[in-house]
Structures are given as C-alpha cells and as structure tokens.
Write a protein that binds this ligand. Structure first.
Ligand SMILES: Nc1ncnc2c1ncn2[C@@H]1O[C@H](COP(=O)(O)OP(=O)(O)OP(=O)(O)O)[C@@H](O)[C@H]1O
Length: 740
C-alpha cells in the first residue's frame, strides 16, 4: 500500500514537472516562477526515487491500540483528510521508535523493526516493551538489537549506508539537539560519529527547512575519498541540498590538491599566519625614498612624505587593500596634478584644464606603473605566491618566525596550491577585498553571448521541418534563456550549488567531520562561513594525526565562542569487534592513559593475527591473498606507512587480480585496496591488514594515533604483518596465532 502511494506521488510530480517544463517564454516573473516549480518537482522526484529502498522500516504499537509505521519520509492519505500512512523518522511522534525502553516505554507496547528487499519484507524483529516480559533478557540499552547486529555484521560495500532504521538512543539525542550553538560530538572510532552527523543534517533540514534551505548546510570532511564514501547517505535520506566539501575545495575556482611536507602544512595552519598575511599586505604598500615619474615633458617627484601621507589616508579608511587603493590613487593623483599645474603656471589654467590634467595623469602609463609599484592591485593568489617564493618578503612579513620555519614555507612561484594554502588564500581575500568588477563584466558578456548562441540554435531548429522528434522535445522544453544558462554551466538551482561558487557565502549550519584534523587557520575560515555559529563538530581527539590538528576542543573553539559550546559523547563502538578493540586499546593507552576506548557492541569470535616475515615485498601478497579468501565478497584494506604505499602497492596489485592502490574512487570499489593511514581515516573494511606498525609509529610525531586509526578500520578481521619484532604496544598480539 505504501509503495502504491509512493508510485502515485511519483507520477503526479512527473506530470507536473513535464507541465512546467513545457511552458516557454512569458515575462521574467513567469519564467522565474516556472523555474521555481521545475526545481521543486525535480527535487520531489529525486526524493521519491531515493527513498525506494527500505521505505518503511518500523512499526510502533501503542497500548491504546494505535499503530504507526515509521519510514524515510512522511506519506499521507489524500482521500482521508491527510491521515498519516507513514511517519517520517524525523517527526517528533516517531521518537519513541528510537528512545522507548521497557523501563520507560512512553505508551509503546511493541516495537517492530522490518527489513525489506526491494518491495518485499524479508525479516522482522519485535520487542515487547514490558518490564515484566518473560522474553529472554536482551543486551541492555540497545534498541532493535537483532536488526542492529544484522546491520553491523553485514559485508561492507565501499559506500557508507544510512542507519535510519537502527539509530540508538545516545545517537538520537545528539541528532535531535537544537539547531543553535556549537555541539561537539566526541567519540572513539566506530561510534557512529559520521553517521550521526549526517542524520543530524537530515534532521535539521526537516525541522528547520525554511531557515536552512535558503542558506544551505555545509558538511566538511577530511579528503575527497571520505566525501565519496559518505556521499550516498544524505540522498538515501531524501536530502540533496547539502554541500559536501573538503577545506581544500572551499576556495571557489580552485581545487587545492598539491602536496607538501606535514611540517610546512602545520606552519601554514598556525593562527599567527593571519598576522603574517596582514603584514605581507602592508609590505606591499611601499613608501620608498623619492621616486620620479616622467609625465609629458616634465618630471614629477614623489617624496616619501607625500607617499606616506597618502598611504596613511588610505589605511585610515580601514577598507580592504584593493578598495583602499582608490583613496591612495586619488591622493597621489592630486599631489601630481598640483606639481604639474605649478610647472605649467597655475594662473594660465582654469578648473576644466586642471580636471583634464588629472584625467591625463590617471591614464598615463608611467603614472600607472608608479602607482602599481606603490600600492599594487593584488589577487590572493598573487600575494601568496609572491610571498612564498621570496625569502626576503617572508623575512619581512614574518620577523618572529624562526629561520628554519620560514625555509620550510619557501616554494616555486608556480607551485600547485595545497589544502593548507586554502585558509591562507581565504584570509588574504578578506584583507585584500574582492576586486571582481572585471570578472563580473566578463561573466555578463559571456552570458549574453551564450544567449545569442542559444537563440541561434533554436532558430535553426525551427526551420527544419523533419527535425528529429527528440530535438524538438528539447526545443519545447527549453527556451533560449535556459539553454544559455546550461551552456554557461551556471544553472544553480539549490543553495548548496550557489554556495559552492561563492567564497563569501555564509551557511545556516556547518557540520565538521574528523574535526580534530583541522588547523587553527582552517577553523578561522569555517567560522567566517557561519556567522551564526550554528555548528556540529564531530571528531575524536585521540585520533588526531595531523600535526596542525587539535589536542582539545576548548582550545579550538574558545577563540570563537568562549565556553558556549556543548560537549556530547558517544561510547559504543558499532564497527570494531571486541577482539580487535582490545589490541587497539593498548595503543590508545600509549597515546594517553586517561583516554577510554569505546565499548564494542559485539564479539566476532575471531582473534586478530600477526605474522613476522623476512621481506614484506616478497611475503605480503601471499598473506593478503589468504585474508581476501577469508572474507569472500567483503572488502579488504592493506594499511601501510605512507612511504611504502608505492612499493607494497605494486607488489600487491601484481599478485592479486582486482587489487588497487590509493584513494581514488575506483580503488574504494576494488575488493582489496592498499592505503596510507591518512587516506584510511573515517573509512571501514571487513578485513584490514596493518603492515609495518613500527614504520607507522615512526613516521610521524602522532604515530601512535595513526596506528590506533589503522587498527580500528576493521569490521570483522584484523591481521598485522611486520619484518622486525612487534612494537611493545602490540605485545597483546604475541599470544595470537602467527601466520606466515
Ligand atoms: N545505530 C547504528 N546502527 C547501525 N550501524 C551503525 C549505527 N551506528 C553506527 N553504525 C555503523 O558503525 C560504523 C561506524 O560508524 P561511523 O563511521 O559513523 O563511526 P565514526 O565514529 O565516524 O568512526 P571513526 O572515528 O573511526 O571515523 C558504520 O558502519 C556505521 O554504519
């Protein structure tokens, strides 16, 4: 019945969409109304398709005989005064599905979890919420235990799936925390932080749709692999208007994927870089001694005092550099005009002549060159590449930075931009001010040309009597205006799309995942994008791997919100079975004995293994092949020190058909993938082989956190392969079976 209703709705929206698309021409207002309905019906259609799998997953029976079905979206019976047929999981009335317990049943008699395959129910589990129930005692505190365990035991697919059917009480509380303020979700590996963050985005969009649809929601993740991994979750919850981005992608028009040493990135992440950039800009507002400017037959002389005075005036406007330049130029032109007038004889000139002289000065190439030297118009890219490619400029802009640190920042002028550069470019853009008048004029010219082009295409189509019906359809559906917009690739329909193209866009809510990895400068950029400071910050201080990353949430947040942030915690690990967690816990204790590992929700009955080999390149592929055989259709990752991704990757891909290396999207779809620790962050696999743990420990000052991350990626099986002895933190493995 529910699927029947979904089909009806789909057909209705599809007809309405076709109707709207068929209307062409009309006034600007009619066109804009039509565009709005096109966007709305397309969204509805996308949502109806997205919720097809597992449309309904739960049922609540109340003591008074009432019964609700719970699902991905709300469905209503139009013929019976919109009586609810299916309740959206985010609606307040659906809450007992996640929270009710035998001790506090909230009127619920029975809770049913249903599993469906396509449109057929394949299993269901009932919980009778009666404290005196004679049912066998269940794992205390878990909601829908059987369905939950089926979900956590299932093979992984290389794509994260939603958890909407089995959200646990501690997770539900965080998902539904109020919109305003900063909420920190701290939790160990596998506690569902990422899942909770994404469901919270869906919940907030449902509950505060009006407020958030306009400004959009931004989800920030650590790298492109991770974003691809989580990319399907929100669409499967029927939400498409969320922008997923790495910090490196936050500067429109730039995809910063260049590489640099972690030390250089850490320096760029320090908050003091904000001062360095501000200094670097001031250094470009030069006041040399006397400069001479040839103008027509005369030589004009600008002395230091005149320049400093004009500079002072321009700075006192407190406008960004490129905007304040107007004041500087006006002052300098006025000084030069005075000199020129005096030389020509003031008594011979009237006001119009003097204006003419000013105009000529502005247009004179020598004058322009002199002004460009004294106060150049700068783009953020130009400022930074000229700063980082000059030891001298760096020394003046960062006098308090050590020589060694400055040396680490030096690079070629045309070097690729790195993720750590993005917050610096953003800072520079703020202080320089956009000088985008030219860019806007260019864009408008291009748009006009595209419209003319599109009009031409449509005119030609009109002339052809026997034109292909498909093309005619295109003609019916699209007028010149829409075609032009598509042609220019600027047909942004959602807030998220518009936001991605605009550096100064501010979001209604920002969710930061793996937030412990962000540098102080990256936080500064994100805080600028969210003036309301409505944020969800998700991470695990114990997993911090980046040396620019955080060691405490207070330290990160207090500069922006003082102590007005709320800490919430997740304590149950749904990913890693207890046998593996015991090994990981020893490593965690070596990071900080005070840190408590999360409790595994299940045992797997499989002990982790280790193998000492003589030569990794020769012996590892055989062990990996054996492990791949153990997990059948599941996914396997081989996690190695960054320095060994290339050689061990080659050995494994040569020996195992279908294996892949690195974090490109195809690699995640492979059955076996070789990854460095950084790229494995946030991901999970059925089996994990951690290679050369001593190498991982030695590779970074945060080596122990990296090893902890590597060990906790497995959902079923873990093996450790090493050449030398086992590091002390893994001595628990000594009792385990030894392969190889
Ligand atoms: N309530 C739940 N029901 C079913 N599966 C869950 C639930 N909570 C978490 N999981 C599963 O546990 C796994 C770990 O979740 P997630 O990746 O969100 O953890 P995390 O805390 O972000 O981990 P890490 O810090 O290691 O990146 C995922 O496969 C997720 O689907």
């Amino acid at each position: 019945m529910l699927y029947g209703r979904l089909d009806d709705l789909r057909e209705q929206s599809s007809k309405r969409l076709a109707g709207s698309l068929r209307q062409t021409g009309g006034t600007h207002q009619m066109r804009s109304e039509r565009d709005t309905s096109v966007a709305m019906y397309s969204d509805q259609l996308a949502q109806y398709s997205a919720v097809e799998n597992g449309l309904c997953f739960g049922r609540l029976d109340f003591h008074e005989g009432e019964r609700f079905y719970i699902g991905r979206i709300g469905l209503f019976d139009e013929d019976k005064e919109y009586e609810p047929l299916l309740m959206d999981w985010r609606a307040p009335a659906a809450r007992p599905f996640y929270l009710a317990t035998a001790a506090s049943p909230d009127g619920v008699r029975r809770r049913r979890h249903m599993r469906t395959k396509q449109r057929t129910v394949v299993a269901f589990d009932d919980e009778v919420l009666d404290i005196n129930s004679t049912e066998p005692s269940r794992n205390e505190g878990l909601t829908g235990e059987a369905t939950l365990l089926a979900a956590v035991n299932a093979n992984r697919t290389g794509q994260m799936s939603d958890i909407v059917a089995t959200i646990q009480a501690e997770q539900d509380k965080i998902i539904r925390t109020e919109l305003n303020g900063v909420v920190v979700v701290q939790g160990g590996p596998g506690t569902g932080k990422t899942a909770v963050a994404l469901h919270r985005a869906a919940y907030l969009l449902y509950t505060h749709r009006r407020q958030l649809a306009k400004r959009g929601v931004l989800v920030v993740g650590p790298n492109a692999t991770f974003l691809r991994y989580i990319g399907q979750v929100l669409p499967s919850l029927g939400e498409t208007g969320v922008l997923l981005s790495t910090v490196g992608e936050l500067y429109p028009g730039l995809n910063a994927v260049g590489r640099e040493s972690p030390e250089a990135a850490a320096i760029k992440g320090r908050i003091t870089m904000a001062d360095v950039i501000s200094h670097a800009i001031k250094d470009r507002q030069e006041a040399p001694g006397m400069i001479e400017v040839p103008f027509e037959q005369e030589t004009l002389r600008l002395d230091r005092r005149a320049i400093t005075e004009a500079r002072g005036r321009a700075r006192r406007t407190r406008r960004p550099h490129n905007e304040a330049r107007r004041t500087f130029v006006r002052e300098m032109i006025s000084t030069m005009a005075n000199q020129a007038v005096n030389k020509l004889g003031r008594h011979l000139l009237d006001a119009d002549d003097i204006d003419e002289i000013r105009r000529e000065l502005r247009e004179d190439e020598n004058v322009q060159n002199a002004l460009a030297r004294l106060w150049p118009t700068l783009t953020p890219q130009q400022l930074l590449s000229e700063l980082f490619s000059s030891a001298k400029r760096l020394a003046t802009a960062a006098p308090r930075m050590s020589k060694e640190d400055r040396a680490l920042l030096l690079r070629e002028p045309d070097a690729e931009w790195t993720p750590a550069d993005v917050p610096l470019l953003d800072e520079a853009a703020e202080l320089l001010g956009e000088d985008d008048a030219d860019a806007k004029a260019r864009a408008e010219r291009q748009r006009r040309q595209a419209i003319d082009y599109a009009q031409g295409v449509l005119d030609i189509l009109d002339l052809e009597d026997d034109a292909d019906p498909e093309i005619l359809m295109a003609h019916d559906l699209m007028d010149a205006y829409r075609l032009a917009e598509r042609h220019g690739g600027e047909n942004y329909e959602t807030a998220a799309e518009r936001a991605a193209a605009d550096r100064t866009w501010t979001f209604g809510h920002i969710i930061v995942d793996e937030a412990q990895e962000l540098s102080a400068m990256a936080w500064r950029t994100l805080m600028r994008r969210c003036p309301s400071k409505s944020m969800t910050v998700v991470g695990d201080i114990a997993q911090t791997g980046d040396i620019a990353g955080a060691t405490s949430w207070g330290q990160v947040l207090s500069p922006y919100v003082m102590d007005r942030w709320k800490l919430t915690e997740l304590t149950v690990n749904y990913r890693t079975p207890s046998e593996i967690m015991a090994v990981a816990a020893d490593v965690l204790a070596s990071v900080d004995p005070e840190l408590v590992p999360p409790t595994s929700v299940r045992d797997s009955g499989v002990e982790p293994w280790h193998a000492q080999v003589r030569d990794l390149v020769a012996d590892l592929p055989g062990l990996v092949a054996r492990e791949a055989g153990e997990i059948g259709e599941g996914k396997l990752a081989v996690i190695v020190p960054a320095a060994r991704v290339a050689d061990l990757g080659e050995a494994i891909t040569a020996a195992i058909p279908g294996a892949a290396v690195g974090s490109q999207s195809a690699a995640l779809d492979a059955r076996a993938v070789v990854l460095g620790v950084v790229d494995a962050k946030g991901l999970e696999f059925d089996a994990v082989v951690v290679v050369d743990p001593a190498g991982i420990l030695a590779e970074s000052p945060r080596g122990a956190s990296d090893l902890y991350v590597a060990l906790t990626r497995a959902t079923q099986r873990l093996g450790v392969v090493h050449e030398g002895g086992l590091p002390g933190v893994l001595s628990r493995l000594k009792g385990a079976s030894v392969l190889g």
